[in-house]
Design a protein around this ligand. Structure first.
Ligand code: BTN
Length: 326
């Protein structure tokens, strides 16, 4: 309800809305209106309240909370069921624990993760208030082998969102990293619960380094948007844009059974195409030349014996010959 009131006030930014108008439109008591407006003010929103005139929205500053995000959300369904947590171990783990009783397309966002998880058992540094730590619960009717395509959808959606908000050129390092100035800006961790022939649920988790000015482990591979742009970037706008792009691309996947549109973005932003790279698994490392990414999201490479191969996600890392990307 608080986000509905916030929405109404924002839509009439330069005018006063009386408590009576708000209470009639939203079908709640005037007392409830005052209580919610009080609580919005307590959260830091600037709302001018004048007796006999009503309430006028002034500004929100950059508030990053559920009411604020919901009031700017443009999706049809994705994220309408949202959890916003101050702190959590991992947003992926949080959704996995409640997956069976929660709705498809639920979203959890946290200000901080105390044990953020990366791919291949790594940790993910998730400082309080600095980044976007977000997971989406999906219950698609697909074969388990199709689930990795959702990682590509998330990568394309976040690339488009960040480019729209910051006008920076983002690269995609297949299958799950977003790159800025040859360093890692964002990672994606997709987890699944499946049985033979059927997916119970997929949780796609995405971490974006937005306003960090340094990284805990002095990680020289990592970068944030603020480090490049020199000023804070709106996490809320990136989140709402991301959810819109994700919904659009995910609808294609579910309704039309294709990720071709996703792959156009992944290919055009790929930092790996036409490069030599190392393919690393737990037990081996070998050199390949990357020649394409197909419409199913598989990496097409030429191996050391000059034979064409397709690489399909799984437990592999792709690294440049000399450093993280090149
Ligand atoms: C990687 O690049 O290794 C993947 C990083 C994924 C991090 C995100 S942050 C939100 C979600 N919750 C987690 O614990 N991990 C993912």
């Amino acid at each position: 309800m608080k986000s509905k009131i916030l929405n109404m006030l924002k839509q009439h930014e330069n005018t006063y809305l009386s408590g009576a108008e708000i209470s009639e439109t939203l079908n709640i008591s005037r007392q409830a209106v005052s209580k919610h407006i009080g609580s919005l003010k307590a959260q830091g929103y600037q709302i001018d309240s004048v007796s006999r005139k009503g309430h006028r929205y002034i500004s929100s500053g950059e508030k990053y909370n559920k009411a604020e995000i919901l009031s700017e959300l443009k999706t049809e369904k994705l994220g309408h069921h949202m959890f916003f947590l101050d702190t959590v171990g991992s947003t992926n783990d949080y959704l996995k624990a409640i997956a069976f009783k929660s709705d498809d397309l639920s979203v959890v966002i946290a200000e901080e993760q105390s044990s953020g998880k990366g791919r291949l058992g790594r940790q993910w540094d998730s400082q309080k208030g600095a980044g976007i730590w977000l997971s989406i619960l999906l219950k698609p009717d697909i074969e388990p082998a199709e689930a990795p395509k959702i990682t590509q959808i998330a990568a394309a959606a976040m690339t488009l969102a960040i480019e729209k908000v910051t006008h920076q050129e983002i690269g995609i390092k297949w299958p799950n990293d977003l790159i800025l100035q040859k360093k890692k800006l964002c990672g994606i961790l997709t987890e699944m619960s499946a049985e033979l022939g059927g997916v119970n649920y997929v949780v796609v988790g995405i971490g974006v380094n937005v306003n960090q000015t340094e990284f805990k482990e002095l990680d020289e591979k990592a970068i944030s948007l603020k480090m490049v742009l020199g000023s804070d970037v709106s996490r809320k706008t990136i989140v709402t844009e991301f959810l819109s792009y994700f919904e659009d691309l995910y609808d294609d996947f579910i309704e039309k059974k294709t990720i071709a549109k996703t792959m156009l973005t992944c290919r055009s932003h790929s930092v790996l195409l036409n490069k030599e790279a190392r393919v690393i698994t737990k037990s081996s490392e070998r050199k390949v030349k990357i020649i394409n990414i197909d419409d199913d999201g598989q990496l097409i490479v030429i191996n050391e014996k000059d034979i064409e191969e397709k690489l399909f996600y799984g437990e592999i890392s792709v690294r440049g010959l000399y450093d993280y990307v090149d």
